[in-house]
Design a protein around this ligand. Structure first.
Ligand code: MF3
Ligand code: CO
Length: 236
């Protein structure tokens, strides 16, 4: 899983370097797909329940599962969430980043920072004996302290020889509640955070989830192993 995680990170950093005003979300898809071909590695998302691409690219008020398109040109001030996974020798890695396009406004910058910090706080809560409620509460605490909202309709997940395994890993909850983590478990923690209300809806393409109120939304994700002493981030 560490090998899968390393490749996920390499491709996400390649994609980050291609984000600029004038690029399309399909340019990002093409860059990722080319690198996968060079590495001879299989993408996790393409073909998953019929999903058509190797990346999910979700712009501004799109929360998750945006489909790359040659008609979607990024412009200065946008934010784009890029979600990506691979399978290597039967084991999965999954991670996401939200990238600013050129210079973004102060509120969008705060949203990105809060979302990434909430993921860090969730990871910091991971250790044997901690509960999923501890993780969710840590994420939610950071998000709400910054005045933003945690999306409830999508959650993180266990990951291993399948991309999505039990348990579900909510980005909200109460400390002390829920399943206890044990060393050797691997989970994907993936806060989706809206600048406005938490409500989302799925567009007619059947995939793209957007913030109902049209507010900006950010997404960061890591695949994280529970170790004897804490957590090891496999997609760092
Ligand atoms: N990384 C996402 C997840 O954790 C996205 C997968 S959805 C797909 O669930 F359909 F695009 F694969
Ligand atoms: Co995931």
């Amino acid at each position: 899983m560490r090998r899968a995680g390393r490749i996920v990170r390499e491709v996400l950093e390649l994609v980050r370097s291609r984000v600029k005003p004038g690029a399309t979300t399909f340019d990002l898809e093409r860059a990722a797909e080319e690198r996968l071909k060079e590495l001879d590695v299989k993408a996790a998302f393409k073909g998953y329940h019929g999903y058509p691409c190797v990346l999910c690219t979700s712009v501004n008020s799109e929360v998750v599962h945006g489909i790359p398109s040659p008609n979607r040109t990024l412009k200065q001030g946008d934010i784009v969430s890029v979600d990506f996974g691979v399978v290597v020798d039967g084991y999965y890695g999954d991670a996401a980043i939200t990238v600013p396009v050129g210079v973004i406004d102060a509120k969008a910058a705060r949203l990105l920072k809060a979302t990434e910090e909430s993921l860090k706080a969730g990871i910091a809560a991971v250790r044997p004996g901690a509960t999923l409620g501890d993780v969710g509460a840590a994420v939610q605490g950071v998000v709400e302290r910054e005045g933003f909202s945690v999306v409830r309709d999508f959650v993180g997940h266990g990951i291993g020889s399948q991309m999505h395994e039990d348990p579900q890993v909510p980005n909200f909850g109460q400390a002390g509640q829920g399943m206890k983590l044990k060393a050797g478990m691997v989970i994907a923690i993936e806060p989706m955070v809206n600048a406005g209300r938490p409500d989302v809806m799925v567009l007619d393409d059947g995939w793209t989830a957007v913030a109902r109120d049209g507010s900006m939304s950010a997404h960061f994700e890591h695949t994280v192993a529970v170790t004897a002493t804490g957590a090891s981030i496999l997609t760092e």
